[in-house]
Write a protein that binds this ligand. Structure first.
Ligand SMILES: Nc1ncnc2c1ncn2[C@@H]1O[C@H](COP(=O)(O)OP(=O)(O)O)[C@@H](O)[C@H]1O
Ligand SMILES: CC(C)(COP(=O)(O)O)[C@@H](O)C(=O)NCCC(=O)O
Length: 316
């Protein structure tokens, strides 16, 4: 019988080993070569993680997909509605540098391999950041990643359009290289079976409108959500390690906004990275991101080595 912590509110907390034992789906697998293409910088996600963490997660997701689809079909039958198929939407939230991209890409790849080979699209919410010029106009250049730095109305419309079964929905694109929105680019989402939406703030509650009402928010359209969690001390370390690695790689590109950082000494660069964490990403994690954790369906709790130690799943 699985060991469960007695008091965890609406969640059941399972240690990694207990969680792993829930799965009997040996067909959910990823080869090492594919996995290597999915890992973010400094992220050690391994074949063992696929087996012990992602297999049970995919099985649980399968249950949600089957039953959500059934409810949707029966609801529409009851209402005599002849509506279009709607994608199953999964939100992936968590701090800067916690490893959301790896989690999202691994899930995308595993779900693609499920029976029926569903079409699984993935978008990141950074495309909905305001362009730097607009952030500057709003006095938000030092607040990139905070909820107010996003065009939340456009993001909500995007998710509603996809969820309403619109056959072709466009999303803007952000470039880490130029540190800005790429004006002439867009991502087209075309009738996926599953859409993964990854971003710092995807679990933010709805804002209070001027008339005192609460509007809708993107997570109202999620069928499942994952929060990637870790202690801030570890995340800051991962952020700094990645920053130092990027200095040796992506930042050396002439087009990189961060090119000047390559001319700093290691100590100066560490100091700079630390300041970015302490003034932007850390406060955003504490004030905005971490408080949304308990809105997720599943919480993956990572230890200092990036390994998922325990998993919390909503039970009610
Ligand atoms: N300055 C940067 N230059 C290039 N790539 C970056 C930079 N910052 C972050 N990235 C990449 O962008 C992606 C998203 O990063 P982030 O928002 O920190 O989320 P996470 O680390 O949780 O996936 C990651 O794949 C990361 O490696
Ligand atoms: C682009 C991000 C805001 C993350 O966006 P997301 O896709 O999570 O919405 C973040 O990765 C980032 O680069 N923050 C920048 C902090 C700064 O250096 O100003």
């Amino acid at each position: 019988m699985a060991q469960r912590s007695p008091v965890s509110g609406p969640y059941v907390t399972l240690q990694r080993r207990t969680w792993a034992e829930l799965s009997d789906a040996t067909e959910i697998d990823l080869d090492e070569a594919t996995l290597a293409t999915l890992r973010g910088i400094g992220d050690p996600t391994s074949g063992l993680d696929i087996e012990e963490v992602y297999r049970p997660l995919c099985q649980l997701l399968h249950l949600y997909m089957v039953n959500t689809g059934r409810l949707y079909a029966q609801n529409n039958e009851f209402l005599h509605l002849d509506v279009r198929r709607t994608p199953f939407v999964i939100g992936v939230a968590g701090s800067v540098a916690v490893g959301k991209s790896t989690v999202s890409r691994v899930l995308q790849e595993l779900l693609r391999r499920a029976p029926g080979e569903p079409k699984v699209d993935l978008i990141t919410t950074d495309g909905f950041l305001y362009p730097n010029a607009e952030l500057e106009r709003r006095g938000l250049l030092e607040r990139k990643g905070f909820p107010e730095s996003y065009n939340r109305r456009a993001l909500l419309k995007f998710v509603m359009d996809v969820k309403s079964g619109e056959p072709r929905v466009a999303a803007p694109v952000y470039s880490h290289m130029v540190y800005d929105i790429v004006e002439d680019d867009q991502i087209i989402v075309e009738s996926p079976d599953i859409l993964i939406i990854e971003g710092l703030n995807v679990l933010q509650p709805a804002r209070v409108e001027a008339d005192g009402t609460h509007g809708l928010t993107v997570s109202d359209f999620f069928d499942f959500s994952v929060f990637v969690d870790a202690d801030e001390t570890h995340i800051k370390e991962w952020f700094l390690n990645r920053f130092m690695e990027l200095r040796r790689t992506a930042f050396t590109d002439e087009r990189s906004y961060f090119k000047p950082y390559t001319e700093l000494s290691d100590d100066e660069a560490l100091e700079m990275g630390s300041t970015v964490w302490e003034t932007i990403n850390g406060p955003n994690l504490r004030q905005n991101v971490a408080p949304t954790r308990e809105r997720a369906t599943a919480i993956l709790v990572k230890g200092s080595d990036h390994m998922v130690d325990s998993i919390r799943i909503r039970k009610v």
